[in-house]
Design a binder for this molecule. Sequence first.
Ligand code: CP
Ligand code: NVA
Length: 312
Amino acid sequence: MNLKGRSFLTLKDFTKEEIAYLLELAADLKKKKKQGITGNSLKGKNIALIFEKPSTRTRCSFTIGCIDEGGHPEYLGKDDIQLGHKESVEDTARVLGRMFDGIEFRGFKQDTVEKLAKYSKVPVWNGLTDEYHPTQILADFLTLQEQFGKLEGLHFVYVGDGRNNMANSLMIGSAKMGLHFTILAPKVLWPTDELISLCEGYAKESGGTITISDDLEAVKGADAIYTDVWCSMGEEDKSAERIALLQPYQVNHDLFAKTGKDNTILLHCLPAVKGKEVTEELFEEHADVIFDEAENRMHTIKAVMVATLGEM
Ligand code: CP
Ligand code: NVA
């Protein structure tokens, strides 16, 4: 599999086989790291990390993943560079593309990360936009594989804000990889019809299914339940409205009981607002797997950089 030179902007651009390859590479890099073995596939490579929004996991994963492979990461926070304030995205992209070998971008518009890729002409990796969070899905899927030994055929239910970056990207990834994926959310927070039908097309090919529901009974049979914050970064003003809408969809013991199973796992991309989208008690019961998932951000992000930029 050769992904050299490719950008990682949304999972829509990747086939089932390519996603499976990235997960395999991540599992291998994880195994090696546990044995104290790091690599030098990014030796001599300079990597720009642009953050318009804050981050713990994504920033640290890109930084450590890059250094572990012998590269040099450079953090560029929102007040450090001219991007979008004094200089167009196109111009910043052309400058960075002449200095850096790869660029990570976390921010608001998907259009910005797409433009960075188009104008910099180096691999660009989406570290989260309002619309998508594709690197997170790789960590989620690696965790599912570790827990269940497979992805295909798993019943995976996302509960909460059904039209945010996580819901969108989980739906795309699940549809590509053949999971039975459900979004459980109030109707006003459902994904766009356009994205649903695109994903239904992917699911048809992979043998997966897509279900969108506002009925709590939709968690029945779930192997894994996933949730995320009710207000994403940049939506802090919507707090009261979201609490009113999403309180009935809180992930708690009552909801877990509705799965009818006693081995359903809980995933959360983090950061979590305990007491809102998930109860503290339930979160703590599932903390081991949730923090495996957080650790897996690093191994999967490393895999993306190695596959698209590394000398292998
Ligand atoms: N899950 C995730 O992207 O976390 P950060 O916002 O801390 O990067
Ligand atoms: N939906 C969340 C994800 C954080 C990783 C946000 O965008 O803030």
